[in-house]
Design a binder for this molecule. Structure first.
Ligand code: ZN
Length: 148
């Protein structure tokens, strides 16, 4: 099991990024638009955009915790403290961006995300008091259910 919010699966090689210092977040930044967000090992061979003209990237560790949420928000908008600043990037694929935020900030999301399409496991989310797949408890149940 991945250590939640400390380990990730590399989008290129699918191996575990053992600690935040070993990973990078990369995306394409072009004409004020950001797209194609990936979490990868820091090595050049795992970069999906190493040779891309519009590669943007940063250490994965910079996107963790409260500081990381601020960094992610800054990609979208400079914030209320600088009203004169232009808006940040237009995220062309909001689903990609939301998935990145979930992967970096929601307990168990990273490991459960590949099982989310199969979440209709009978009995897993049956009643009103059961965890839902939108909670960390639900995501943990998905992980445990996929191992049965
Ligand atoms: Zn890798």
């Amino acid at each position: 099991m991945l250590k939640p919010l400390e380990q990730w699966s590399c989008d290129t090689c699918n191996r575990i990024i053992e600690k935040p210092e070993g990973g990078r977040v990369e995306w394409i930044s072009s004409n004020g638009c950001a797209s194609g967000f990936k979490i990868v090992h820091s090595s050049r061979q795992c970069s999906q955009y190493a040779d891309h003209e519009f590669l943007a990237d940063a250490d994965l560790d910079e996107f963790r915790g409260v500081r990381g949420l601020i960094m992610l928000n800054l990609l979208l908008d400079a914030g209320p403290w600088d009203a004169a600043a232009p808006a940040g990037m237009a995220v062309t694929a909001a689903k990609d961006f939301v998935a990145l935020v979930c992967r970096l900030h929601i307990l168990y999301y990273e490991e459960a995300r590949h099982s989310l399409p199969d979440v209709k496991v009978e009995g897993l989310f049956g009643g009103p008091l059961e965890p839902s797949p939108s909670t960390s408890e639900g995501l943990k149940a998905i992980i445990e259910g996929s191992r049965r």
